[in-house]
Ligand binder design. Structure first.
Ligand code: ATP
Ligand code: MG
Length: 573
């Protein structure tokens, strides 16, 4: 393509709302434009790379036995009401009404629709297993759409769904999809890790997330250096680092802590370590309220609480008025002493003494509180997140903490959707059973952002060759005369050789052309200038390093094309 005929509106300014480098570069390189919060136009360059990722995903899904379908974006509310997710998804769903007053949603995901589809078509175990997938837009009204394509409200996802007669078959396809995802992400040149993951709103009993490692990632993952155990921080298990000395129980005292609300504020006011402070949370459950206690220096792992209690009604009370009605205290003075409800404490509190808890009286805390004597604990369980210093729960190895961008997630769903929607099959023993399901999502547009997050420098994007919008950019420093004539010849010859090229035939300064070429990140630059022509050479420059190579024009264009082709293979390494 000739730049003069293309639509590549590069920009010098970065958008004021862009926090991430990938977002900034995509706007500056003329790949995307914002329409509204979390909603984007894709320009030709953005579209081209998106299609390349899509192609990799499609090839790998087909190779792993997937059958491509297309499901509707507009989905009837009724199906969602039957699985209970109309309420569970809550405000994250875009909801709409048709002219007859019927309710619909813009699909945030497609488990309901697909279960309803196969319900009518799959009759017998003989038709199983079945793996269906689509590459389609998803709609989620995210609380904080940000980071450009990474957390948008309209985004492209590949979602796949598998159907099985038994658990064994589900496990087999799940492993298959795990490998498929590793291949996709490797081909996308992402540095990633697969981690054990919470199942959240999808449900089911086993899940893995695929995390592209990046400091800008919103997720935290924990990996064992020794045995390879890796999990999302929300659910990572561990051997606790702490060991506390035996202490004598001191006398309980109520002290004024005016205006001190957070654990750190209270700790520094009372001149004690923050680990001595206990944070108290109130949760609603099916059978009433419970209090949950952890140390001031720890983070609560709500997913673990969900896993242990297995109570669908479990929800943190984050309305201060309600907490005040239940306990008489605001969040800052909330504590377990005198509470009339079951209390669960983190495992790390089991043998510790003399801690500080909220006084359930505005502006007061108790010092030297002790379990047994002052507070009765119903259960001690591990409900905190792992922290630096903790060890691997499998091999006691060292745990490292890293940040990641969740680019994909796979789930063993079981029968949650088939039971709710009546998707049954006739098993080999003649009994009617609900289909066993798996689902597998990969964020195609998020991958686009993640690749740039991992492949850029201060000048712009550095595309891996398989994903680049063009393989080669030809830059005649002047868009006239002999330089353009040589450029045109090389352009035609490379095009005939099937190489995807951009010819920068714009009447711009050499500075602007170099600047834009680096911003766009095309793997190989072919530079034709006055000086080089004087010596009958052109210059090749890889985007990924500073090495330059002179190629003689004396042996004819065919030889030049051969040299360029050789150089392209080096950019692929
Ligand atoms: P997150 O935790 O980041 O909100 P999720 O766990 O809700 O994501 P899934 O339901 O697992 O997302 O969807 C599958 C994939 O779709 C994710 O792994 C991610 O790559 C992509 N994805 C999810 N939400 C968004 C979004 N708002 N914008 C872009 N991609 C998204
Ligand atoms: Mg997910």
């Amino acid at each position: 393509m000739r730049w003069s005929k293309h639509y590549i509106p590069t920009r010098k300014e970065t958008p004021s709302d862009a926090e991430l480098i990938s977002h900034k570069l995509m706007v500056r390189a003329g790949m995307i434009r914002k329409v509204a919060a979390g909603i984007y136009n894709y320009l030709p360059l953005g579209m081209k790379v998106l299609r390349r990722i899509e192609m990799i995903v499609r090839e790998e899904m087909d190779r792993h036995g997937g059958l491509e379908i297309k499901l509707p974006i507009i989905q009837p509310a009724e199906l969602w009401q039957r699985t209970g997710r109309w309420n569970d998804f809550g405000p994250e769903m875009f909801k709409l009404t048709d002219r007859k007053g019927q309710l619909f949603t813009l699909g945030p995901t497609h488990e309901e629709i697909i279960s309803d589809l196969v319900r009518l078509d799959i009759r017998s175990y003989k038709e199983l297993p079945l793996l269906l997938y689509q590459i389609n837009d998803k709609y989620r009204d995210e609380i904080r759409p940000r980071f450009g394509l990474m957390r948008s409200r309209e985004f492209l996802m590949k979602d796949a769904y598998s159907f099985h007669a038994d658990q064994e078959s589900l496990e087999e396809i799940y492993q298959h999809m795990y490998k498929c995802y590793c291949r996709i992400l490797t081909r996308c040149r992402l540095d990633f890790t697969a981690v054990e993951a919470p199942t959240g709103l999808m449900g089911g009993n086993l899940s893995h997330e695929f995390m592209a490692l990046a400091d800008a990632g919103e997720d935290e993952v924990v990996c064992c250096q020794q045995c390879g155990y890796a999990a999302n921080l929300q659910i990572a298990t561990f051997h606790a680092a702490e060991s506390y000395e035996e202490e004598r129980e001191e006398q309980l005292t109520l002290v004024a802590t005016p205006g001190k609300e957070t654990a750190r504020e209270v700790a520094s006011f009372l001149k004690v370590g923050v680990e001595r402070i206990i944070k108290t949370f109130i949760y609603a459950t099916e059978k009433g309220h419970i209090a949950v206690l952890i140390r001031g220096n720890h983070e609560l792992a709500e997913e673990k609480l969900h896993a242990v209690l297995a109570d669908p009604h479990l929800a943190r009370i984050d309305d201060e008025q309600q907490v005040r009605r239940l306990t008489g205290a605001s969040f800052g003075s909330l504590g377990p002493i005198g509470l009339n409800m079951p209390i669960i404490a983190d495992q790390s509190l089991v043998s510790s003494r003399n801690f500080v808890v909220g006084g359930n009286k505005e502006g007061y805390h108790y010092c030297s509180a002790n379990f047994g004597r002052d507070v009765k604990i119903d259960r001690f369980i591990q409900i905190r997140r792992a922290a630096p210093g903790d060890h691997c729960s499998h091999c006691y190895g060292e745990l490292v903490f890293r940040r990641g961008i969740e680019v994909g997630q796979i789930f063993q769903l079981g029968t949650k959707y088939s039971v709710a929607l009546g998707a049954n099959f006739l098993s080999s023993d003649g009994a009617e059973r609900p289909l066993i399901m798996g689902c597998y999502g990969i964020g195609v547009s998020r991958i686009l952002g993640a690749i740039i997050e991992q492949h850029h420098d201060e000048k712009g994007i550095i595309w891996p060759t398989e994903l680049a919008p063009f393989t080669v950019i030809i830059i005649p420093l002047s868009a006239m005369g002999e330089q353009l004539a040589v450029a045109e010849k090389i352009y035609i010859a490379l095009t005939q050789a099937g190489i995807d090229i951009l010819l920068d035939d714009r009447n711009e300064s050499a500075g602007v052309k170099f600047h834009d070429a680096e911003l766009l990140g095309i793997p190989l630059q072919v530079v034709i200038g006055k000086q080089s022509l004087a010596t009958e050479t052109i210059e090749l420059q890889r985007r990924s390093d500073s090495e330059k190579l002179s190629v003689s024009l004396a042996n004819g264009i065919t030889e030049v094309v051969a040299q360029i082709a050789k150089e392209i293979t080096k950019t692929e390494e």
